[in-house]
Design a protein around this ligand. Structure first.
Ligand SMILES: *[C@@H]1O[C@H](CO)[C@@H](O)[C@H](O)[C@H]1NC(C)=O
Ligand SMILES: *[C@@H]1O[C@H](CO)[C@@H](O)[C@H](O)[C@H]1NC(C)=O
Ligand SMILES: *[C@@H]1O[C@H](CO)[C@@H](O)[C@H](O)[C@H]1NC(C)=O
Length: 321
């Protein structure tokens, strides 16, 4: 079993209480999602950052695409596997102007994106993508309007745009928040300071869900944040942090857990506010953490001594092939 099918099995265990393969478990026949609109950062960026800023180099794309494919990953991302499991083509990045097809969705994610804009730290002067979540939302709102104008005009571009009814039937996926935490840490905020910012970060996230709901979105699929304390960059940057038995930095995993608990609560409140919406909280943290606690059982032996490989792996933890 390759790492990705392992992860999807985990997701299917978490979501559907089954141990069989995700591809077979995902109820695509009953759901019929005609499109995916994705919001996020590098973990689900199918070409936005690359289109806006830099052409990616090898080894990105090597194992699946045979060349850099706009993903900070040697192969496919979760969002790619999600598209495949729904029988949809890979998502074009909204920011890409070459060889796009948005009829089955669009990807608004860009690497290093945050939920809240870290004013002092934006590309090209800093590290964060300027396309933070509220801007990704505005791009979506504009896309929704203009794609329909293009469809009405007909001609060669019309077939590249989604139908109007697609927007209410589509799956809206989110994988964002990790950079709000890590970038604050790398700007030397203390863990206590970052924890204090979580309610505001999560409120901003909820606002985006509400705005999308008001534009007609109904199906939301929200990944929680990964075990940050296992990221090599965290381990290297904060070497004195207390360690868990698997070698991850405990306070940073607790920080991720705190974010996840508040995110989960916020989604529960949104479910009450919007009973017509389906809002799924996906516990990626647990699925990924289990790769550390049971690396061999999951067919994914992590070479703990290969820091570089791990660093690469942690950039896009769910990236397989
Ligand atoms: C765009 O994608 C849709 C859905 O997969 C497909 O039917 C259509 O032919 C594609 N258009 C082009 C120009 O490739
Ligand atoms: C989209 O169109 C609606 C109706 O014309 C308008 O109210 C809204 O401001 C537009 N949104 C964007 C982002 O252009
Ligand atoms: C964070 O602290 C380190 C060590 O004191 C320092 O070298 C670095 O410049 C600081 N970074 C920021 C963004 O303040």
């Amino acid at each position: 079993m390759d790492p990705t099918s392992t992860i999807f099995s985990f997701l299917s265990v978490l979501l559907f209480g089954s141990t069989t393969n995700f591809n077979h478990d995902f109820p695509s026949e009953s759901c019929h999602f005609p499109a995916i609109f994705n919001f996020g950062a590098s973990n689900s960026d199918t070409g936005g950052y690359a289109a806006a800023f830099i052409q990616l180099q090898s080894p990105n794309g090597n194992t699946f695409f045979g060349m850099p494919a706009g993903r900070f990953c040697d192969g496919r991302l979760i969002v790619d596997f999600t598209a495949e499991s729904l029988d949809l083509p890979f998502l074009s990045s909204y920011l890409n102007s070459l060889a796009i097809n948005f009829s089955h969705g669009a990807d608004f994610a860009t690497a290093t994106s945050t939920i809240r804009l870290p004013m002092a730290d934006v590309v090209p002067y800093g590290h964060a993508s300027p396309f933070y979540l509220p801007l990704q939302y505005l791009q979506f709102a504009q896309f929704k309007n203009r794609s329909q104008i293009i469809r009405r005009h007909g001609g060669i571009y019309a077939s590249l745009m989604p139908r109007e009814e697609t927007f209410s039937k589509a799956l809206y996926t989110f994988d964002i928040g990790q950079n709000d935490l890590t970038q604050s840490l790398f700007l030397n905020m203390t863990i206590v300071q970052v924890i204090a910012a979580i309610p505001d970060i999560v409120n901003h996230f909820s606002d985006i869900i509400k705005n999308l709901y008001n534009l007609g979105a109904r199906s939301f699929w929200v990944y929680n944040t990964r075990p940050l304390g296992c990221f090599p960059k965290i381990l290297i940057s904060f070497p004195l942090a207390e360690k868990e038995s698997v070698g991850c930095a405990k306070p940073y995993n607790l920080l991720a857990q705190r974010f996840n608990a508040e995110l989960k609560n916020a989604l529960a409140r949104l479910r009450i506010e919007f009973p017509l919406a389906t809002i799924v909280y996906v516990d990626l943290y647990s699925a990924l953490y289990s790769l550390y606690t049971h690396p061999t059982k999951n067919g994914n032996k992590i070479p703990k001594d290969t820091i570089l490989l791990l660093f690469y792996f942690s950039l896009n933890f769910l990236c397989a092939n």
